[in-house]
Design a protein around this ligand. Structure first.
Ligand SMILES: Cc1ncc(COP(=O)(O)O)c(C=O)c1O
Length: 476
């Protein structure tokens, strides 16, 4: 007796459902520049709107899709919006979106060669492309993971594995500009708080080399076993890049593993500015780089790259009996090189995207991003009472409104309030951070669809909100 799955649809119905989704998507992409950024309502509002018991009865797919479009989408701040300049924007490429759709639809498994040989090879090809851009040797390799946090974790696990006394006497070094996921990675990997040596960055937000060298000597004398330096290849705060070449010299002479968090910035190796700032990147032992940031791919896509691919295997491989069939010696089982066994085909989107556009299109898009940060910086410099805290660096500019009639605390409060004012306004968004002990705003101009006019109007609105502040409520 033929039995149909209760979850299946006729082929024609499947097509209609898919076309509805593509229509909604293309419509969204077309309208996005003229849409408000999106809302961030309070919890009760969204509980009232969305909470419901588990659906018992079927409803038409169109109704469900409409519920997403009408009730959910407006209540999301759109990180792919051309005027989303906050945190790290996430403008994605349409080919990448289709790549994700395809691989989800075919549920491609890339954990073992036995089951996912072709996909594994594509992943290796894409990883090789990244390694080639960066100048890594043939022995290098890596894998796709969910994003920068896991990419750093995977690389640092390989570092820890190389140093047998890492967990007892080991010490690691990085600047206070380093992303919090690095401290979290070390915590997960079992290092104690006192094993993390966080050095205050210098005026340029870079790790201070001579302080680091002195600290290493002091720590060795005190019985510590330094084993790893984590450099920044583009900080979240300001885009700062640590002096990678000089760090590589130091780490070489001290026998330390040099890792860099390039989740944000490493892809800028394709650009002029990136090449210059990232000099020495080819000497790293490991690197985190996120295609879902500056290579415009849909989340989730980070990459953990290591100079010696086999170091990942040494850190991660365990073979249980129920996986013995995969040991056929024909290829590479990527599940042996990281934390995930079930791995989806994250490389497909970047593979399709790079092949469809060609790398030159990416280079141009990134150069445009860098240009827009300079446009923002110049516009801010032209305004009275604004200071540039960190000039345009790798697509990020940091600045602060500091009129003479406000003391530092008042100016801090005002700068923080400007983020809220922009969010309420809905035209554009920037985010705030703390630099040199004071609140600063930052714009990250990562969206290739952003225009100069978008940037200039964002700066104009910021100024308008700022000057209206002391005389009462912020108004448009
Ligand atoms: C420099 C840097 N490192 C790591 C991360 C964490 O990456 P993810 O959010 O993909 O886990 C970020 C996120 O913005 C980042 O900017």
């Amino acid at each position: 007796m033929k039995r149909e799955s209760p979850l299946d649809f006729d082929a024609d119905v499947m097509r209609q459902m898919g076309y509805r989704v593509v229509d909604a998507l293309v419509d969204y992409w077309q309208r996005l520049p003229s849409l408000p950024l999106g809302k961030c309502p309070d919890r009760t509002t969204l509980e009232d709107l969305l909470d419901e018991p588990t659906p018992q009865q079927p409803q038409p797919f169109e109704t469900v899709l409409d519920a997403f479009l009408q009730k959910v989408l407006p209540n999301i701040v759109k990180v792919d919006h051309p005027r989303y300049f906050a945190f790290v924007p996430a403008p994605n490429d349409y080919v990448g979106v289709l790549g994700d759709f395809l691989t989800a639809g075919m549920n491609v498994f890339v954990g073992t060669w036995m089951v996912g040989a072709g996909a594994t090879q594509v992943e290796r090809v894409v990883i090789r492309w990244l390694c080639d851009w960066l100048g890594f040797p043939d022995s290098a390799g890596g894998l796709f993971v969910s994003g920068g946090s896991v990419a750093n974790l995977v690389c640092l696990a390989a570092a820890r594995q190389r140093y047998p006394d890492a967990l007892t006497r080991g010490r690691v070094y990085y600047s206070d500009q380093t992303h919090s996921c690095v401290a979290r990675a070390w915590r997960i990997l079992g290092l104690r708080e006192e094993q993390l040596c966080v050095l205050p960055a210098d005026e340029q937000f870079q790790i201070p080399l001579s302080t680091l060298a002195e600290q290493l000597q002091r720590d060795r004398a005190a019985g510590w076993r330094p084993f790893c330096v984590v450099a920044n290849a583009g900080t979240t705060n300001t885009g700062a890049v640590d002096p990678l070449d000089a760090l590589a010299d130091l780490c070489e002479s001290e026998g330390l593993w040099l890792h860099a968090d390039g989740a944000y910035g490493a892809a800028a190796i394709l650009t002029q500015e990136g090449k210059q700032r990232l000099r020495g990147i080819e000497r790293l032992h490991s690197l985190a780089i996120d295609p879902h940031k500056w290579l415009y791919q849909p989340m989730m896509a980070g990459c953990a790259l290591v100079r010696e691919f086999e170091h990942l295997r040494a850190a991660f491989r365990i073979l249980p009996p129920y996986l013995q069939d995969k040991e056929r010696g024909r290829g590479i089982d990527l599940c042996d090189y990281g934390v995930e066994l079930s791995r989806n085909f994250r490389a497909l989107k970047l593979w399709m995207s790079l092949k469809t556009h060609g790398v030159e299109a990416f280079r141009q898009a990134m150069e445009w991003n860098l240009h827009l940060a300079r446009v923002a910086e110049e516009a801010i410099r032209r305004l009275p009472d604004w200071v540039i805290v960190s000039p345009a660096t790798m697509g990020i500019v940091a600045f602060r409104y500091a009129p003479p009639h406000l003391d530092s605390e008042q100016a801090d409060a005002l700068n923080r309030a400007l983020v809220e004012a922009m969010l309420q306004d809905g035209f554009a968004l920037v985010s705030s951070t703390v630099l040199h002990g004071r609140v600063a705003l930052r714009m990250c101009t990562l969206n290739p669809r952003a225009t100069e006019a978008d940037v200039l109007e964002t700066v104009r609105r910021l100024h308008q909100f700022a000057v209206s502040y002391p005389r009462g409520e912020i108004t448009t």
